[in-house]
Design a protein around this ligand. Sequence first.
Ligand code: FE2
Length: 336
Amino acid sequence: MINQSPYLHMSAPLNLDTQNQKYWGQALESLSIPSNDDPYEVLLTYAPEIAREFVPAELLQEVVSIKQPSTRPYRLLNNLPRDSQLMGVPTDGKRPSWKKSWVSESVLIGIAGALGLNPLSYLQEKEGALVHEVAPISGQQRQLSNCGKVALGFHTDHAILHRRYRPEYLMLIGLVNPGNVPTLIACIDDALERLEPHHEKVLQQHRFRVELPDSVSVWNGKKLLSEWKPMLTTGNNGVVEFSGNLHSVRPMDEEAANALSALVAILAQVAQEIVLKPGMLVLFDNHRCLHARRSVYRERWLQRLFCRHSLTDLRQRNAALASSSYAFDMQALLLE
Ligand SMILES: [Fe+2]
């Protein structure tokens, strides 16, 4: 760990006690989902209620504090229930048919709901699945996305979308990680403390274009670039936010490129390495944290969930979808 973050003193994982882990796990293992139902709709209905039963209120309170501007924008939660029978890892990016239990998915969706967050997905990513399998896909190991094996640079997710359509929070849970491949999380506040003011000013200007991520396929695979936009903005609450992908962003000129290089160097210094072992989860603010991955040299399987405080803007833009829909049409969102 190479971290001198002012938030560091708060970075130890919060542990669920063993008794609640055991009984919550048993409740989730016995959850049966009718084969004709959408499993995610069932989990959205029941998993938050079950989570509230087994996760102590004070623990939830600790986790939910990441919503406050003055608090470290990520939290680790450990000793969570795990699926008792995992027979390998997916190699095609899809939930394996042999995964009969829904424990990990229920933990993600349950904690999100218990924290007052709304899970969401996009129809053109992972076929709209609410929970994403983050594991290398055969033949796509070099891809710079959740499907690859190569190291993935610092980024926020879906920076090409307007802020009101982007995931505000990401949750990642470990299922299989024998090689202890770390996920890196860097707080933009920590980076800005070290960044030269002139570089910060450049990053606030409309001098950058970001790409559609490789994991999303729209209009038969078109590669899209955003308009010229700033990397740094100030949110409604006065908090500085970052949106972009530092391994694919296009700077307008040399000065913009230099500002990006300076930021990349600093992010490596302030990042925290987190090894998501089975039963460990990280929740982070997708506007205040950048995340990255070291190369995956052994099999690894995480699951990911996107969340927002509100889905109202997404539902208004996707008015043709059912009012209970959690999966949104990225093409409609990109056109605005
Ligand atoms: Fe990501």
